[in-house]
Ligand binder design. Structure first.
Ligand SMILES: Nc1nc2c(ncn2[C@@H]2O[C@H](COP(=O)(O)OP(=O)(O)O)[C@@H](O)[C@H]2O)c(=O)[nH]1
Ligand SMILES: [Mg+2]
Length: 201
C-alpha cells in the first residue's frame, strides 16, 4: 500500500518533460545546435562543430533548463528524409525550424518545407520557433528579413511564434531561444492536448 501511495505521489510531483522537434533543411545547423545544447546545459559536452557529421537517423539532446526537463530531437533534413518529420508532430510540444540564414539561395526551399510542416494538423497549437542560424556569417539574413520571406506574421493568433538569431557554433542566442520555448510551451494549450491524446490511446 505504501509503495502504491508513494508511487502515485512521485508521479504527481514528476516534472513534465517537454518535447521539442528540431527540423529544417540539411546543413541548416540542427545537429550542431543539439550538440551545443548538450554543452550548455549538461555535464557531458556535446561534439565540437568539426566532429558533427550529416544526420542519417535521429539525434537526441536531453537536458534541464529553467527547472524543466527537455528532450530535443533532430531529424535529418535532406529532401528524402523530410517525409519522416510528420511522424513526430503528434508527440512534440513545440517545433523549432532551423534555417541557414547565410544561404539565401535556399530560403524559398526552406519556406516551402516550413509551410508544409505548419499545414499538418498534428502540429495544431504547437509554438513555432524559427532560428536564423549562422548569425556569425557576414551578410546572413536577419530575423526581420526571414519573417518577411516566411510570412511569419500571418501565423499570429493560431500559435505562438518567434524568430530569433542564433549561432549554433558558438552558442550565441541559444539560451534566450530555449527560454522562449519553455515559457511559450507552458503558456500554450499543447501540453494539455498531448496529455489528453495520450490518455485516449
Ligand atoms: N558559420 C556557422 N556555421 C555553422 C553554424 N552552425 C552549423 N554550421 C555549419 O553548418 C554545417 C552543417 O551543420 P549540421 O549541424 O551538420 O547541419 P544539419 O544538417 O542541419 O544537422 C556544418 O559545417 C556546421 O559546422 C553556425 O552557427 N555558424
Ligand atoms: Mg544533422
Amino acid at each position: 500500500m505504501f509503495s502504491l501511495l508513494s508511487g502515485c505521489f512521485e508521479f504527481m510531483l514528476r516534472k513534465e518533460e517537454l518535447h521539442v522537434l528540431v527540423v529544417g533543411l540539411d546543413k541548416a545547423g540542427k545537429t550542431t545546435l543539439l550538440e551545443r545544447l548538450k554543452t550548455l546545459y549538461t555535464d557531458v559536452p556535446g561534439l565540437e562543430p568539426s566532429q558533427v557529421v550529416p544526420t542519417v537517423g535521429l539525434n537526441l539532446a536531453h537536458f534541464e533548463a529553467l527547472g524543466t526537463p527537455l528532450l530535443c530531437w533532430d531529424v535529418g533534413g535532406a529532401a528524402g528524409l523530410r517525409s519522416i518529420w510528420s511522424k513526430y508532430y503528434g508527440e512534440c510540444h513545440a517545433l523549432v525550424f532551423c534555417v541557414d540564414a547565410a544561404d539565401r539561395g535556399r530560403l524559398e526551399e526552406a519556406k516551402a518545407a516550413l509551410d508544409r510542416a505548419l499545414g499538418d494538423r498534428d502540429l495544431y497549437g504547437a509554438p513555432l520557433l524559427v532560428l536564423a542560424n549562422k548569425h556569425d556569417v557576414e551578410g546572413a539574413a536577419s530575423p526581420a528579413e526571414l519573417a518577411e520571406v516566411f510570412g511569419l506574421g500571418r501565423l499570429d493568433g493560431r500559435r505562438p511564434s518567434s524568430i530569433q538569431a542564433v549561432t549554433a557554433r558558438t552558442g550565441e542566442g541559444v539560451k534566450p531561444a530555449v527560454q522562449w520555448l519553455v515559457e511559450n510551451i507552458k503558456k500554450s494549450q499543447r501540453p494539455e492536448l498531448i496529455r489528453r491524446r495520450m490518455l485516449s490511446q
